[in-house]
Design a binder for this molecule. Structure first.
Ligand code: NAD
Ligand code: IPM
Ligand code: MN
Length: 350
């Protein structure tokens, strides 16, 4: 009986996680779920955005399903010392799990081009996998400070950090079209110079079957929305990957369609890429598709149950056709959409 730790968190996190758990229970009745606190609500309840009890629960978990963390702009959480803020709890969780590679698929399913604000011929057939480095760069470097009128952060990478995430990207490309685009800012940054050198050297040493190219992040920001079909796998550092993946959400049509899987040393972490959406939290109208598709990634990558994962993804595509949510210009609320997914799972394939 695989144990899934669920961390619903803040804002719309509990709403979308509940939907994902309902769907998981339907396709995999043998799973057990254990819910724990993370983020702002964990700080309020336990004085810590990543409490010891949550940390302890990870020890024997087979996978972790996360909602979202964080409050609105005026939240008192945002004035706490940085380590006590909701977002720091999430970063500490990723670190504790050793999840250094964050897989963020960007897909437009057949027949769902109309949900994209892009011209249908641009959106059609898009299938990109963004592999975002998740435990390094400016996010984690301790050489950081704000002091009076001066502040700094440090973007630092080492060769082993670059190689382990690049390996994940090459591995993923081997099961896809065999093309990897490494994204950096090597025309300006030394850290990108090292990134580019190490990714290329690894390809030349161990992955000669992969077609690798290098592009600058500013150019990719333009090309990923104007010509998304040019990409198969994109691999990039933490901050670039954060920004590019929210931008890429434009292609399928909403942040509510962007799931993720974070893989590394131990149990995987599965979470939608969107935030706590304070503007719609508590209204029951959030799009749970990203959370439900993250649950599918949990089955595929965390539990090696690809059939169940495919079943969920097919059902989500059907539900998006029948009952699109408001972020996609439709009318369905969270409940209606989740029901449509559950119903579609009972629909025979074809
Ligand atoms: P956000 O992703 O929460 O929201 C951006 C916009 O997208 C909002 O208009 C929101 O309503 C909409 N949106 C997002 N997810 C949606 C969904 N599933 N269905 C329908 N609409 C959706 O980004 P933000 O407003 O910049 O950040 C809000 C809070 O979330 C901040 O505290 C931030 O730090 C946090 N955050 C957390 C995560 C995470 O937990 N992984 C990710 C990003 C932001
Ligand atoms: C994400 C979020 C997080 C990040 C924040 C909330 C720490 O934006 O998961 O994309 O920047 O990684
Ligand atoms: Mn983000």
């Amino acid at each position: 009986m695989p144990k899934i730790v669920t961390l619903p968190g803040d804002g719309i996190g509990p709403e979308v996680t509940a939907a994902a758990v309902e769907v998981l229970r339907e396709v995999a009745p043998d799973l057990t779920f254990e819910e724990h606190a993370i983020g702002g609500m964990a700080y309020d309840a336990h004085g810590d955005p990543f409490p010891q009890r949550t940390r302890d629960a990870l020890a024997d978990a087979d996978a972790v399903l996360l909602g979202t963390v964080g409050g609105p702009q005026n939240s008192p959480w945002n004035s706490l010392p940085r380590p006590m803020r909701p977002e720091s709890g999430l970063l500490a969780l990723r670190k504790a799990l050793g999840c250094y590679a964050n897989l963020r698929p960007v897909r437009v399913q057949p027949g769902l081009e109309h949900l994209s604000p892009l011209k249908p011929e641009l959106a059609r057939g898009v299938d990109i996998l963004i592999v975002r480095e998740l435990l390094g760069g400016v996010y984690f470097d301790q050489d950081r400070k704000i002091d009076g009128d001066t502040a700094y952060n440090t973007m630092r990478y080492t060769t082993p950090e670059v190689e382990r995430v690049a390996k994940m990207a090459f591995w993923a490309a081997e099961q896809r079209k065999g093309r990897v685009t490494s994204v950096d800012k090597a025309n300006v940054l030394e850290v990108s110079e090292l990134w580019r050198r190490d990714v290329q050297a690894l390809r030349d040493r161990e992955y000669r079957n992969i077609h690798l190219n290098h592009e600058y992040v500013d150019s990719v920001a333009m090309l990923i929305v104007s010509d998304p079909s040019r990409y198969d796998v994109i691999v990039t550092e933490n901050l670039f990957g954060d920004i590019l993946s929210d931008l890429a959400a434009v292609i399928p049509g909403s942040l509510g369609l962007m799931p993720s899987a974070s893989l590394g040393d131990g149990a995987g972490l599965f979470e939608p890429i969107h935030g706590s959406a304070p503007d719609i939290a508590g209204k029951g109208i959030a799009n749970p598709a990203a959370a439900i598709m993250s649950a599918a990634m949990l089955l595929r990558h965390g539990l090696k149950r690809s059939d169940a994962a495919n079943q969920i993804e097919r059902a989500v595509a059907l539900a998006l056709r029948e009952e699109p949510t408001r972020d996609l210009g439709g009318k369905a609320d969270t409940r209606t959409f989740t029901n449509a997914v559950l119903e579609a799972m009972g629909t025979p394939v074809g």
